[in-house]
Design a protein around this ligand. Structure first.
Ligand SMILES: [Zn+2]
Length: 341
């Protein structure tokens, strides 16, 4: 048996032939980074390789790092192994990594979703022999509605809250989800205010992405100014002192976890919108089929259930590997500012 092209070791996903890691969770010499969420782009690597548009994002988070940027589909070869980055559609500038050596092709998805969110470069299926896939939402219960329908609900909710003299407070992670929300909010209803973490990341992204005007909430912002408008804030801001200054408001979260009513109740939210930046069950299956792969390795999420389905129903050679990409549990969601949503 030939040696696997990528292995999972104590530091991350490793290509021995090229001596390079992908989304390593411990500091390494050279690391290809799929996207800017903190569980995939960690501190301390000597050299980072990522998509051009992800550079300002990870520099904002990690400070002055040594990083080289690549275009989608641009190949680079390290010790005979050819790598390229391809759109993952998860958040802005998120990539899958294609790895080829002596005719054998592996793809690591990082995090991904199938639906075009109108902001991120859409997911691109890549043919491969071995497909390493996330499966955060790898249960049949997860089924997303088209995003246009979800945004109609969100904008309708905002308009009703405004009519009732209340401010809408919408929670979504500051990188990715927040900008997707901004992009599709109907600004004919009112103004968009932001929490600091959302505002900072949005300013970073404005360099490459077209986003509507936002106004940062500060200690000097008056309740009367915000009233009837919408505030976009990270989940961690729920209950913070700044948020308590907003006045009469209605709260909601936009997340795949809102599939479960309990997730909304536990966080005492008035409303939950099911909107995820990950593939749902059908999306995961579609992705696997479109790669034409023979082998699947499921990395994070409902890995056991998903890989068993692939083995039993699709006759694929599917297994799981444990990683340190955050074990996305809905209970943990409110505690994490960034991660799966
Ligand atoms: Zn992510």
């Amino acid at each position: 048996m030939t040696k696997p092209l990528l292995v999972f070791n104590s530091k991350g996903i490793y290509c021995k032939q090229a001596d390079v890691y992908i989304d390593a969770w411990r500091p390494v010499e050279k690391c290809i980074v799929t996207h800017g969420h903190s569980d995939h782009s960690r501190r301390g690597h000597k050299q980072y390789i990522t998509h051009h548009n992800n550079i300002p994002i990870i520099k904002h988070r990690l400070g002055d790092i040594t990083v080289s940027g690549k275009e989608w589909g641009e190949t680079f070869t390290i010790n005979g192994v050819t790598f390229s980055l391809h759109p993952a559609g998860h958040i802005v500038a998120s990539s899958q990594v294609r790895v080829e050596y002596k005719g054998e092709v592996w793809v690591f998805t990082g995090d991904y979703k199938i639906e075009n969110d109108g902001l991120s470069t859409p997911y691109e299926p890549i043919k491969c022999h071995t497909f390493i896939t996330e499966c955060t939402f790898g249960l049949p219960a997860f089924k997303w509605e088209p995003q246009d329908d979800v945004f109609n609900e969100i904008n309708g909710w905002w308009a009703r809250n405004k009519d009732e003299g209340r401010t809408s407070l919408l929670f979504g992670y500051s990188l990715g989800k927040a900008q997707r929300l901004l992009k599709h909010l109907d600004t004919s209803i009112g103004k968009i205010y932001t929490h600091g973490a959302v505002e900072q990341m949005t300013q970073v992204l404005r360099e490459h992405y077209d986003l509507p005007p936002t106004e940062l909430i500060t200690a000097n912002t008056k309740k009367e100014d915000i009233l009837g408008n919408i505030v976009v804030a990270p989940p961690s801001a729920q209950g913070s002192s700044l948020m308590r200054k907003i006045g009469p408001n209605v709260t909601a979260s936009a997340s795949g976890w809102m599939t479960f009513r309990g997730a909304r109740r536990r966080r005492a939210l008035d409303r939950g919108f099911v909107l995820s930046d990950h593939a749902d069950w059908d999306g995961l299956l579609q992705a696997v089929k479109e790669t034409g792969c023979e082998k699947v390795i499921a990395t994070h999420g409902y890995t056991e259930i998903f890989s068993r389905y692939l083995r039993e129903e699709m006759a694929l050679d599917a297994r799981t590997e444990s990683t340190q990409y955050e074990a996305e549990q809905n209970e943990a969601e409110s505690k994490k500012e960034e991660g799966a949503s």
